[in-house]
Each structure stands twice: as structure tokens, then as C-alpha cells.
Ligand binder design. Structure first.
Ligand code: RB5
Length: 147
């Protein structure tokens, strides 16, 4: 599984920790930046290229981090085929994939601690969409909006 990750200054420190964590689990990681801490940078500049890579199947799943996770989540969902959610609890980290086929997890670098974030990310990456009929039906209703 190829994983993309992106963060602004608010998520920069958490991103560094998640990248090392993912590498320790032998995931292939593409880091879309920020590549340095710059308090004036803007999350869309990093999150948009990352979610475009989801839409074009260059990567399988994405992780978007900003200060709260809110802005990253809003912009991620602007791209067709992206199903991003701001995750602050363990259950939603996997259930969002199992039921809703979530393909981007958004985290708040100023909200979620490093170890908790690692657990959310691992749970997200290990979860699989069930493909149950009711979930497919709901997804299709969402996909109609993207046409
Ligand atoms: C940047 O200071 C901050 O606004 C951003 O990281 C994020 O929290 C937006 O949702």
C-alpha cells in the first residue's frame, strides 16, 4: 500500500513522527510536504497535490495534517474521489473505512498526541471497506453528486 502524507506548519511535527512510524511498519510513503517548518505556509499547497494523487491512483491512502485537521479535511474533500474525515477517536479511524470507504485521514497536529495519532493511522491503514450492499448504495448516492 502506497501512502501519501501532507501537512502545513500546524501539522509539521506530527507529520515527521507519522512518517517514521509508517516506515517502521514498512509502508511506502510519499511525503508531499511541507519539507520545512514555515509558519506562513498554507495547508492547501500540500494537501491538494496529495489528494490529487489519490484521485489518480498514484497513492492508495492519504494522511492530511494541519493544526486542527479541519482545513485539511475541507480542502481534501473538494477533489472528486476523495473521502476524507477528521478523526479524533479510534472507532471512527477504522469504521470510516469499513463503512464509508474513507481514503484520507485528517488529523490535528495541535490536537492529537503522537502516540494516539499513530494508533489512529495504523487502525485506518489496516481497515478495509466491507463492500456491503448498504454501504455501496450510500457511496453511489455520494458519487452521483460528483458527476
Ligand atoms: C494554521 O495556523 C492553521 O489555521 C491550520 O493549520 C489549520 O488548523 C486549519 O484548519
Amino acid at each position: 500500500m502506497k501512502i501519501g502524507i501532507a501537512a502545513d506548519h500546524g501539522g509539521y511535527t506530527l507529520k515527521i513522527s507519522i512518517v517514521s512510524f509508517l516506515k517502521s511498519l514498512h509502508y511506502e510513503v510519499i511525503d508531499f510536504g511541507a519539507h520545512e517548518l514555515d509558519d506562513t505556509d498554507d495547508y492547501p499547497d500540500f494537501v491538494i497535490p496529495m489528494v490529487k494523487a489519490i484521485a489518480s491512483n498514484e497513492i492508495d491512502r492519504g494522511i492530511a495534517v494541519c493544526g486542527s485537521g479541519v482545513g485539511a479535511c475541507i480542502v481534501a474533500n473538494k477533489i472528486t474521489g476523495v473521502r476524507a474525515a477528521l478523526i479524533n477517536d479510534h472507532f471512527s479511524a477504522h469504521q470510516g473505512v469499513e463503512d464509508d470507504d474513507m481514503n484520507v485521514i485528517c488529523l490535528g497536529g495541535r490536537i492529537t498526541g503522537l502516540m494516539v495519532a499513530q494508533e489512529f493511522v495504523q487502525s485506518f491503514l489496516e481497515a478495509r471497506f466491507t463492500g456491503a450492499e448498504r454501504h455501496l448504495r450510500r457511496l453511489q448516492k455520494m458519487q452521483q453528486l460528483e458527476k
